[in-house]
Write a protein that binds this ligand. Sequence first.
Ligand SMILES: [Zn+2]
Length: 467
Amino acid sequence: MKRFVVAFGLTGIICLLIGVIWFIYGKITVKLNGSDMVTSTVYHEYQDLGVSVYRNDFLLNKDKYELTIDSNINKDVLGTYNETYHINYHGRIFKIGRTIKVIDDVIPEINTNVSKVVRDYCTKKDKDKIEYSVIDNYDGDITTNASMEEVDDNYVIKAVDSSNNESELKIPIELTEKPKDIFKLKDSSSIYVVKGSKYKDSGYTYTDGCGNKIDEDIKLEGNVDTSKNGTYKVSYTNSKGDKLVRTVTVYTPSVNNGGSNKNKVIYLTFDDGPGSYTSKVLNTLAKYNVKATFFVTHQFGGYVNLIKKEYEAGHSVGVHSYTHNWNIYKSVDAYLSDFNKMNEDILKYTGNYSKIFRFPGGSSNTVSRSYSKGVVKATASKMASLGYQYFDWDVDSSDAAGASRSRIYSNVVNGVKHCSKCIVLMHDIKANTVNELDNILKTLTSQGYKFGTLNINSPTVHHTIVN
Ligand SMILES: [Zn+2]
């Protein structure tokens, strides 16, 4: 009995002890928070998720155990790293580990100088040049590894870094607008043909806006009978209904001795402008490709800038007078002062002073007598010493005297048959002259004359100075 009691008592004590120890130390479980393999972006601080420690399946407060972490992680270098958690719970040691991958998951950055590229519709050439660079967060400048190609209506730039992160940038290509088709006559829309000569129409050009010939049947209407004087129409119509019309005038020249006129040069001169008719004069001269000389004034302020047009069209510009008032003949100084003002205008519109001039009224005028005796003679001499050359005329249209259109026509057309230097006096402020100029030029050009412009070295006509 005693042995039994002793045996039972010993077992009871051992059990009790085990119970107490269990109660104090318990069953300890350690679990990783999160996965046993995690990733972390390079250069970013690694955010450790930690562990959870359980005793008898109850979560322990962090102050109930000691935790130390062993880790070889380097956040700045790609790679696989390990960390180990050491838990010390009342001298009982537990370990658990985790793998960490430091990765690059940031795509490269593509930078360009343009947001779109404009391409010429015709040449298919780009007006903008794309420059780009690619910077990767880990690899640095990887521009040379990038590629660019044209896909549909875009340029596509592609870049990939050493961790296979891909970037793509699309730059749209914008075509310029398609230029309009051009359907036009070759040569002038108004042509003059001498009766009996051959006429072949110079036709048309029809191109798309890029200059490529458009091949289609063009309807041609009208024909020119050069055996009969008259006005004929030649027209071309395309499939869109656009119609080009040329007027061809067959005429008999008043005198046709073109052969002997071939070497004769006519110097047409226009005084007193620019004025309201000057543009028309310029158009008519252009129609016949005739160059002339304008002796200009500042009488019509709103038209003075036409000097620029005269000059740019290849005509010669000389000084006539700023005011065109007879009182410039008061004295040589008065004359010069007025002259210089006009020459400043000429400088302004042509870029040069003119070296040539024409006396108002011509060098033979007598009106100046009532202003100052001998003034023209003195002025002519002064001007010569300053290097200027003046021009009178040997063909007078008489337009200043109020001649009719037919009189002006015959004065000029007959006058040039008999002149020696053929400097023709006309005025671009006279309506009759301006309206008759086309006829005059039609005749003179058909007669084979050449036309010249006056300059400091031209043959000159000087009247006799009488004052
Ligand atoms: Zn005048």
